[in-house]
Ligand binder design. Structure first.
Ligand SMILES: *Cc1c(COP(=O)(O)O)cnc(C)c1O
Length: 229
């Protein structure tokens, strides 16, 4: 019988190998892809096991869970947190000081509020703009066609640095549709680079499709359930 510690450590090894293989297939090395370990299925004790297995970049989708886990794991000095899920503006002030990257800025209102709160906190915030590439009405994010006008207005936001874009594949259509969605996100990122050379990161791919996402150019993958099987 394996302990939770062995199980999680083994899952991390398997996922890291799959990341390395996919990176090699796309002519890159594994260190060109950042693994964000998504902890929304885990409690603080399991999250600690993930960190012991070498996952130092953690992602949470709900701000309240992020606050709670960051507090319970405050003794771990080498970890960083990413906010990856939809966030209401009234949660910004408490969230921004905890995270190193806000991956899920999904509207211009939230972008503006993030800038205002960052100014009040006297800090600069690194963000990704979330793009609804599949057009799925249940998903958050900017429409792809709005992106070029938004990135041309980024000078308005002096306390934000846009590092790239984030997205998810369609719910339907399997891996072939996912590959088309990921390729579209990559092409969008490439076109935005013409306006701002800091827009380099491409956060895409989850447990079911991170291999395809890496083949299509992902620089950040967000993996949850595969680490806790
Ligand atoms: C939950 C979640 C993930 C991870 O999903 P898995 O399929 O469990 O790997 C990635 N990104 C976001 C935004 C999520 O909410």
């Amino acid at each position: 019988m394996s302990t939770a510690q062995e199980r999680i450590a083994n899952n991390v090894t398997v996922v890291r190998q799959q990341i390395a293989d996919a990176a090699n297939r796309s002519g890159r090395t594994e260190d060109s892809v950042t693994l964000v370990a998504v902890t929304k299925y885990a409690d603080a004790a399991e999250t600690r096991l993930l960190v012991e297995a070498g996952c130092l970049v953690l992602g949470e989708s709900r701000p309240q869970l992020l606050w709670q886990k960051a507090q319970e794991l405050a003794d771990l000095e080498n970890i960083e947190w990413h906010q990856i899920g939809h966030m209401q503006r009234n949660k910004l002030a408490r969230t921004l000081p905890i995270i190193s990257l806000f991956q899920s800025v999904d509207s211009e209102r939230l972008l503006q509020a993030t800038d205002e709160v960052s100014a009040k906190l006297n800090r600069a915030t690194d963000v990704l703009l979330e793009v609804n590439i599949s057009g799925d009405s249940t998903k958050h994010g900017f429409a792809p066609s709005d992106m070029s006008s938004i990135v041309q207005r980024l000078d308005l936001y002096s306390h934000i640095s846009v590092r790239g874009i984030m997205g998810m594949a369609s719910l339907l259509g399997g891996k072939e549709q996912a590959r088309r969605d990921f390729a579209a996100l990559r092409d969008l990122r490439d076109s935005l680079l013409n306006y701002s050379e800091t827009i380099r990161e491409l956060s895409m791919g989850m447990s079911g499709d991170f291999d395809v996402a890496i083949e299509e150019g992902a620089t950040i993958v967000r993996v949850g359930s595969a680490l806790f099987e």
